[in-house]
Ligand binder design. Structure first.
Ligand SMILES: Cc1cc2nc3c(=O)[nH]c(=O)nc-3n(C[C@H](O)[C@H](O)[C@H](O)COP(=O)(O)O)c2cc1C
Length: 193
């Protein structure tokens, strides 16, 4: 159907390129782009999605690991005094990252994945962003959630770090191959074969 429409537009003399979907070139991607799939995951769901993304993009996987792991009690959102509640109540909170460091300087495209907490990205994502100079790179958020959409958390990150070049993120609760492919086509990232 799409091809027929393009053919009709071409016959009518309407420039088809203007109607075509964005291509990797339009998004500035080259085959040599190096991709980092960074993520934080407290209970494993986002980690599984990140692995899929790394596989699909040929990117390097990097787990943002808290210096102090989150216990089940830390993650109890019913408890207003739990560690996660206290951190999310405090916009200045920056939980420390432990474990292996990553040198983001060598990467062109940085995926940042997280579980949605209170409709936001966990504060440790801000720790990660502030510890790396991501200016000039394409930064792409993705998340998993119990049902909340990505929009609010992605908008908050954009507001907090307007100097970064944010591309359209995606909630990947199902993360089937087709959804990932569709998203990548829009973004112009991933393997073409
Ligand atoms: C402290 C906390 C707050 C959460 N807040 C939300 C929320 O606002 N909306 C939502 O849909 N899910 C929320 N969830 C559910 C997680 O986003 C969801 O289970 C996610 O897939 C967990 O990913 P992970 O296994 O990678 O940590 C919350 C979970 C926790 C622990």
């Amino acid at each position: 159907m799409y091809k027929i429409l393009l053919a009709l537009l071409a016959m009518a003399g309407i420039p088809v390129a203007a109607c075509a979907q964005s291509t990797p070139e339009m998004n500035g991607q080259s085959k040599n782009d190096k991709i980092l799939v960074s993520f934080f995951s407290a209970t494993g769901t986002t980690a599984r999605v990140a692995e899929k993304l790394a596989e699909a993009t040929g990117g390097t996987l990097y787990a943002i690991t808290p210096a102090r792991p989150y216990t089940a009690a830390d993650l109890d959102w019913h408890d207003r005094r739990s560690r996660s509640s206290v951190e999310m109540d405090d916009p200045q909170s920056r939980p420390e990252i432990g474990g292996k460091e990553v040198n983001t300087a060598g990467y062109d495209i940085i995926f940042i994945g997280y579980p949605i907490w209170w409709d936001l990205a966990p504060r440790i994502i801000e720790t990660f962003i502030e510890q790396h100079d991501l200016r000039g790179k394409r930064v792409i958020p993705f998340a998993t959630s119990g049902g909340s959409r990505l929009a609010n958390s992605a908008a908050a990150l954009k507001r907090a770090y307007p100097e970064l070049h944010w591309l359209e993120g995606r909630l990947l609760n199902r993360a089937d191959d087709r959804e990932i492919r569709d998203w990548f086509e829009k973004l112009g990232v991933g393997r073409s074969e």
